[in-house]
Design a protein around this ligand. Structure first.
Ligand SMILES: Cc1cc2nc3c(=O)[nH]c(=O)nc-3n(C[C@H](O)[C@H](O)[C@H](O)COP(=O)(O)OP(=O)(O)OC[C@H]3O[C@@H](n4cnc5c(N)ncnc54)[C@H](O)[C@@H]3O)c2cc1C
Length: 442
């Protein structure tokens, strides 16, 4: 009997871990190589108030069915909780709830006729099932035409600018459609944090014999004959197949021997990083609001997320947890400024949101930064998404930058992992070997 083929996976985010699970379930020998010291990728956690919390705010939507299935598969279905916390907007220094059809009709910054237009267009986008009819259009042009220039100026323009900066006017309409169409008011979270999902995935992989190598950075990928060789910070590996889940731009730097035409087409576009300040406070900052979008341009962050207006502060030793988030060009000065300086700027701005806020409320503070956190989904974006099969024999690429038109999210990485794993397993099963993928159920 032949030996089970070996598959290497680069990256232990949700995509890499889910794909690795599918490979071990099919009986392959699997090695996951991860640069960081813990699994989770963009969803890694830290400890605060005695509990695990994501460095960057995370929740699920009802439409995130692929990840809900995965959560159930690893035995955590009973720990997936749902709640309907309040989403609001800060406009000209006042907080307005913007969470329901009724809120839209009451949204004072817009004249009544514009509120009706906004409500009607949101209802249309909720009902329209086909994103393809919006292909080739920018969100800005569509919104200005159908919702009206005033709705763009007050509501969507500031939000698109906050997320995409100078690219705001170029963002693709199918992406905007997906934000409205797929998002639910009810939000999901794993009791004890997403940390538990990632730990569980790591355990399941180890139980099934996968090798999860942490703290090891991949430096180079090469196809050599029938094998794929991977050079890392802790030695070389050779696999029959390799799945890279790094951002496309990172893959382009690691892979040797890619044709020029391929690089020209797919080594393309811009990406923003994420910057996050997390505060543990003695007192509540926002009165009942979970998510506060900042429409006013003079704030140094684009959203305030009071996590403990979703879960009780009791889960975090009584601390009130507040995220202050930003997506920014990776060269932005905020990524280089000393944390204390950034904190000073952010904390000063909080008084504009709650005049009673005082620095004494801060029990602890943390600053987290991640590069390659937000694809800039412009109209041209879909033509620059590479296929999973790369020109290097045996090497596949799957990452959150290939998610379209949906906004990237854990669910879409799980969905992609399931598909690309099936593709790799199917391609491999036709090989002249007496071992077949899928031939050894576990
Ligand atoms: C601020 C913020 C808020 C978000 N909110 C939500 C939310 O509410 N809900 C939701 O579902 N999603 C949310 N997301 C998106 C979600 O985090 C991502 O879609 C998801 O985590 C992507 O997983 P991934 O495995 O595809 O990529 P990643 O998590 O980026 O994993 C890639 C892995 O590859 C590793 N790697 C890279 N280069 C190398 C190398 N050379 N060698 C070895 N390893 C390497 C990285 O360390 C990383 O672990 C949010 C993201 C951000 C930044």
């Amino acid at each position: 009997m032949g030996v089970a083929p070996s598959i290497g996976v680069i990256g232990a985010g949700i995509l890499g871990l889910t794909a690795a699970l599918r490979f071990v379930q099919a009986g392959a020998r699997v090695t996951v190589i991860e640069r960081e010291d813990q699994v989770g990728g963009l969803v890694t956690s830290f400890q605060i108030g005695g509990s695990h919390l994501e460095r960057f705010y995370h929740h699920l939507f009802r439409s995130d069915r692929d990840i809900q299935r995965l959560i159930a598969e690893v035995g955590l279905a009973d720990d997936l909780i749902w709640a309907r916390p309040d989403t609001s907007s800060l406009y000209r220094g006042r907080i307005h709830s913007l969470d329901s059809a009724l809120d839209v009709l009451r949204f004072a910054p817009l004249p009544p006729a514009e509120r009706l237009r906004l409500g009607a267009c949101l209802a249309y986008l909720k009902l329209e099932p086909n994103s393809r009819r919006f292909e080739g259009q920018t969100a800005a042009a569509w919104i200005k035409r159908w919702m009206g220039p005033e709705v763009y100026r007050v509501v969507w323009g500031p939000l698109l600018r906050a997320k995409f900066g100078d690219y705001a006017e170029q963002v693709a309409m199918p992406w905007f459609w997906s934000r409205v169409h797929l998002r639910s008011q009810s939000l999901g979270y794993v009791r004890g944090g997403f940390y538990r999902l990632y730990q569980r995935l790591g355990e399941v992989l180890e139980e099934r014999g996968a090798n999860v190598v942490l703290g090891t950075e991949v430096h180079a990928i090469r196809s050599v004959g029938e094998r794929v060789s991977v050079e890392t910070s802790s030695g070389d590996y050779a696999f029959d197949r390799l799945l890279a889940t790094t951002p496309t731009r990172v893959f382009m730097r690691l892979a040797h021997g890619l044709p020029e035409q391929y690089c020209h087409r797919y080594d393309w576009g811009d990406t923003y990083g994420a910057h996050m300040v997390v505060l543990g406070l003695k007192r509540k900052l926002l009165d009942g609001v979970y998510w506060l979008n900042i429409h006013d341009a003079d704030y140094p962050f684009m959203a305030v997320v009071e996590h403990t207006n979703y879960l009780s502060p009791a889960e975090y030793g009584g601390l009130h947890i507040v995220y202050l988030g930003n997506y920014l060009p990776m060269s932005h000065e905020l990524f280089r400024r000393p944390d204390e300086e950034v904190l000073g700027r952010f904390v000063a701005a909080l008084r504009g949101i709650n005049p009673l806020f005082h620095e004494d409320w801060i029990v602890e503070s943390h600053v987290f930064k991640a590069p390659f956190a937000q694809p800039i989904v412009t109209v041209e974006y879909p033509t620059h998404i590479p296929p999973h099969e790369t020109p290097l024999p045996g090497v596949y690429l799957a990452n959150m930058f290939q998610v379209y038109p949906e906004d990237r999210g854990q669910n879409y990485s799980v969905r992609m992992a399931n598909r690309v794993a099936a593709q790799i397993l199917a391609a491999s099963s036709g090989e002249p070997s007496d071992w077949k993928f899928g031939g050894r159920a576990q």
